[in-house]
Design a protein around this ligand. Structure first.
Ligand code: AMP
Ligand code: GLY
Length: 431
């Protein structure tokens, strides 16, 4: 059977790599894919991004299952288009994807359904927003409402930073994020301002079929650019699985207090959720989880270590998910740790440079993979073509041994301006 993966990141390379191992899968297409999916002989890139063109391709090539990687495609309704043409696709509809594409939608949803999250207010009027943070005090969190690739969130430790963030998002509209919220029907920027949550973060990702849920292995991302969780927020600089902060007790609480009410609430609200649901959690010192955000897709780079640990057949899992029979599924995981480190381009996240030649990629390794993200082959040469370039991922008996293996491989890969964190997994090591 033929499968189509939509997207071009490290996440999609990992999903495609795993789908290619499935027993019943004969061909995996990746649209548009990257330099890594182009080099893998079991995968084939297709230069398409337009939703209608992708659906035409799925019809022509008799694609059995399409899997959507990125949020942007979901937010413009790729699932609705495929379904309207009778094509099997795994992901949420445009309406259900609002859990990620609109922070205001997600926060209102959580409030209505009693799902633990930070207290918040939404604003379009800068004066009201400034007054609110003065009343609330710092630390406080300012979020642009809309998709901003992880760059629309400011965790303000002081009031001055909070005011600056409000001006930046609402008055200058620097992110260019808009939302149809104006009384006159014009698109205006909007912010969500929420209380600061203290604790440790974890990524909790489940597969949903609209009604039933199967949880994937837990993981932890590293969002800041620099060692010691310093520097600007990024899409994610490294991840490992499992996340020890998610103890069996915390896991049960998350399922009971966050995941199940979300699936039931979405169904009740008329938007049954099919797809990967990713709850970004903050877990406090008492083991109480709160939802920082929802994503309606897999995490990147969390997917890379999660796929390395998954022993079950991903294709069969997603066939069950699109049939509504996830209650029949039980997943098997490698008991070892998988850890992935992102090699990013110079200037990432603000201004990544492209076009640097990449050398020193290892041959196929045992129990390690170099997943590609921002890479492209130009004149037969592999070059950087985006902010996050590669994600070196390996299995190990412990976080320490997995990290050692990853850093050994990473240090041999060269491109001008290459930057990566040297402390991925530090929280697990401290435990
Ligand atoms: P988001 O895009 O909502 O995931 O936010 C990006 C990052 O900002 C999160 O991964 C957290 O590290 C941080 N963050 C967001 N909201 C809060 C909050 N209410 N309290 C503390 N940190 C937060
Ligand atoms: N790694 C965080 C995300 O995928 O949103």
């Amino acid at each position: 059977m033929r499968v189509l993966v939509i997207g071009n990141g490290g996440r999609e390379h990992a999903l495609a790599w795993k789908l290619a191992q499935a027993e019943r899968v004969s061909q995996v297409y990746v649209a548009p894919g990257n330099g890594g999916t182009a080099r893998d002989e079991r995968l084939q890139n297709v230069p398409l991004t337009d939703v209608k063109a992708l659906a035409d391709f799925a019809v022509e090539q008799k694609i059995t299952l399409t899997v959507v990687g990125p949020e942007a495609a979901l937010a413009i309704g790729v699932v609705d288009e495929f379904r309207s043409r009778g094509l099997r696709i795994f992901g949420p509809t445009k309406a259900a994807a609002q859990l990620e594409s609109s922070k205001a939608f997600a926060k209102d949803f959580m409030k209505r359904h009693g799902i633990p999250t930070a207290a918040y207010e939404t604003f379009t009027d800068p004066a009201a927003a400034h007054a609110y943070v003065d009343g609330r005090g710092a630390p406080i969190v300012i979020k642009a409402d809309g998709l901003a690739a992880g760059k629309g969130v400011v965790v303000a430790m002081t009031l001055a930073e909070a005011h600056e963030a409000i001006s930046w998002i609402l008055e200058d509209n620097k992110l260019g994020v808009t939302h149809n919220a104006g009384a006159d029907g014009l698109a205006v920027p909007r912010v969500v301002i929420e209380d600061f949550l203290a604790g440790e973060e974890a990524s909790f990702i489940v597969v949903c079929d609209g009604k039933h849920v199967v949880s994937l292995a837990t993981s932890q991302d590293h969002k800041r650019l620099l060692d010691g969780d310093e520097g600007p927020n990024t899409g994610g600089m490294g991840a490992y699985s499992p996340a020890p902060v998610v103890t069996p007790n915390v896991h049960a609480k998350v399922m009971h207090e966050i995941i199940q009410p979300t699936i039931a609430g979405m169904a009740r609200d008329g938007h049954p959720f099919t797809g990967f649901l990713y709850a970004g959690l903050m877990i406090d010192e008492h083991g109480q989880p709160r939802t920082v955000e929802f994503n309606t897709r897999m995490g990147d780079p969390e997917t890379q270590p999660i796929m390395m640990r998954m022993k079950s057949d991903l294709f069969e899992l997603l066939m069950h998910a699109t049939d509504g029979t996830l209650d029949q599924v039980e997943l098997q995981w490698d008991r070892r740790v998988a850890l992935g480190v992102v090699l990013a381009a110079e200037g990432y996240p603000l201004n990544p440079r492209k076009g640097d030649v990449i050398t020193g990629l290892p041959d196929d390794e045992d129990e390690a993979m170099v997943f590609h993200a921002g890479t492209a082959t130009v004149d037969g040469q592999l070059q950087t073509s985006g902010g996050r370039v590669l994600c070196v991922t390996a299995l190990g008996e412990s976080v320490r041994t997995a990290a050692q293996r990853v850093y050994e491989i990473a240090s041999g890969i060269q491109f001008a301006g290459r930057q990566y964190r040297s402390d991925i997994g530090h929280r697990a090591l401290k435990r």
